[in-house]
Write a protein that binds this ligand. Structure first.
Ligand SMILES: [Zn+2]
Length: 155
């Protein structure tokens, strides 16, 4: 089985905007989430992607899907950052506002699909739905399929 670090390296190749950032990938016990990422308040390097132990025995594809989703969050947060410390402002907003959270999750899923991880994300979302892990509201299986179709992927 591939290590999480190896999968992370594989997936981040599709996010060249993150080149130069150190990103650590680790399993953690997480409540109510499949994955999260962290950074310190003023220094964004290294970033930490934490994947729930619940996901550890999932397929390679499924794990690539959740990693692609987390990296999409990081990519979007960096893109939206307008000043140093802006990342923590993003997190505060995320925690405060449900509509912002839903929008962020949909955006992250969309980026992951556009970057070529549609099949991986699809697999992740299917198994997540079966296990009823809290999704925080991202794209549904049908929406991922539709987006892939619209982007011209053969599914
Ligand atoms: Zn997310």
């Amino acid at each position: 089985m591939d290590s999480l670090e190896k999968l992370g390296m594989e997936v981040r190749k599709h996010y060249p905007e993150l080149d130069g950032y150190r990103i650590d990938f680790n399993y953690r016990f997480l409540r109510n989430a499949a994955a999260i990422y962290h950074y310190t308040k003023y220094v964004i390097d290294p970033l930490q992607v934490k994947i729930s132990y619940d996901i550890k025995n999932r397929s390679r594809k499924s794990k690539r899907g959740i990693i692609a989703h987390e990296l999409a969050h990081i990519y979007l947060d960096l893109k939206n950052m307008r000043r140093p410390g802006g990342l923590s402002a993003e997190v505060a907003r995320y925690n405060r506002s449900k509509s912002y959270r839903i929008k962020s999750e949909i955006e992250a899923d969309t980026v992951a699909v556009v970057r070529g991880f549609g099949p991986d994300l699809l697999e992740f979302v299917k198994t997540r739905d079966e296990d009823a892990i809290d999704s925080h509201g991202g794209l549904t299986v049908e929406e991922i399929r539709l987006l892939m179709k619209n982007l011209g992927y053969l599914i």
